[in-house]
Design a protein around this ligand. Structure first.
Ligand SMILES: [Zn+2]
Length: 87
């Protein structure tokens, strides 16, 4: 499962270890420990936008003439809207 998040400035990407400054977006993905996305019960891994794009978890899509970042499943369903990180 994927959750789009908004950094409050205290998080790092788990993949490249880059600090994710406020108000940059990132995505939390539940994975099975081998890098594969699972629906439930996995380990939450934080991806910065760059790493998420490399892995195919984030895409830029043109919506109403603007390039908007989306976190989509292969079928094109929106998993979640960006929410504030609260842990
Ligand atoms: Zn990264």
């Amino acid at each position: 499962m994927r959750r789009g998040c908004l950094s409050v400035g205290t998080v790092n990407c788990d993949i490249c270890n880059r600090h994710i400054p406020y108000p940059e977006r990132y995505v939390m993905v539940d994975e099975d420990g081998k890098g594969d996305e699972v629906r439930l019960g996995g380990k939450s891994v934080r991806y910065c936008i760059e790493c998420a794009q490399k892995k195919g978890y984030a895409h830029y899509k043109e919506i109403k003439g603007e390039m908007t970042l989306t976190f989509l499943r292969d079928g094109g369903d929106v998993i979640s809207d960006p929410v504030a990180e609260n842990d």
